[in-house]
Design a protein. Structure first.
Length: 218
């Protein structure tokens, strides 16, 4: 039987790691926010410059596409991230894709805690930069690709994780039906995927304002 002191000793590193992750998130978000402000200010002050116009277009257009085809950047709560990755039952070396990875937190947890071959796809330039900065602080081997997941072949995926709006999931379903191999798992936060038969549903946690998790096996 474990003593109270031993339980406290075990909880201390977990709390310390959680605090460290929050600091990392703040630093990464701060750096990207400053970069965004500098870019916008530069484009505004030198709008006569073709380079400024081109830079603004390169940032704005992909961001609009990312929001229209996926979802606005709203990070999945870390409690739910860890639960989603746990529900995926990832084995070391398995390929995990986060389609619309945001700041990369899901693939970093998958790679760091489960030794997955994890890759996140992100199309918004500023959010992609945020994910890259967080990758450095996390010391993760996960990969972040600046790309549109709609044009990526997902046939080798063992696990797909996502946090997308219902309309985006509806458009994505035919692609997943066509490409996913037998045995692949799909973990969706907040919204179900069309008419797929759900394997497991983690109920909404109203006390902590956490949405449900939908688990599917192909």
């Amino acid at each position: 039987m474990k003593s109270k002191n031993s339980s406290v000793a075990l909880e201390a590193p977990i709390k310390s790691k959680a605090k460290t992750n929050k600091v990392v998130d703040f630093i990464a978000f701060f750096l990207v926010s400053i970069s965004g402000v500098v870019i916008i200010a530069t484009a505004t002050q030198t709008f006569q410059s073709p380079w400024a116009i081109a830079l603004a277009i390169l940032i704005i257009i992909p961001t609009i596409i990312a929001m229209a085809t996926g979802a606005p950047f709203v990070p999945t709560p870390m409690d739910r991230v860890k639960k989603m990755i746990a529900l995926a039952k990832i084995k070391p070396g398995e390929k995990v894709y986060d389609i619309g990875c945001g700041d990369g937190r899901m693939v970093y947890v998958a790679a760091n805690d489960y030794k997955a071959n994890a890759t996140g796809f992100e199309l918004s330039p500023l959010v992609f930069c945020l994910a890259r900065i967080r990758k450095f602080f996390w010391g993760s081997k996960a990969k972040i690709q600046f790309t549109d997941f709609r044009y990526k072949n997902l046939s080798d995926a063992d696990v797909i994780v996502c946090y997308l709006l219902p309309e985006s999931l509806a458009r994505l379903q035919p692609k997943l039906d066509a490409e996913l191999k037998k045995g692949a798992r799909v973990i969706s936060y907040a919204f179900p995927i069309g008419d797929w038969k759900v394997t497991h549903r983690e109920e909404r946690d109203r006390d902590h304002n956490l949405a449900p998790i939908w688990v599917y096996h192909r």
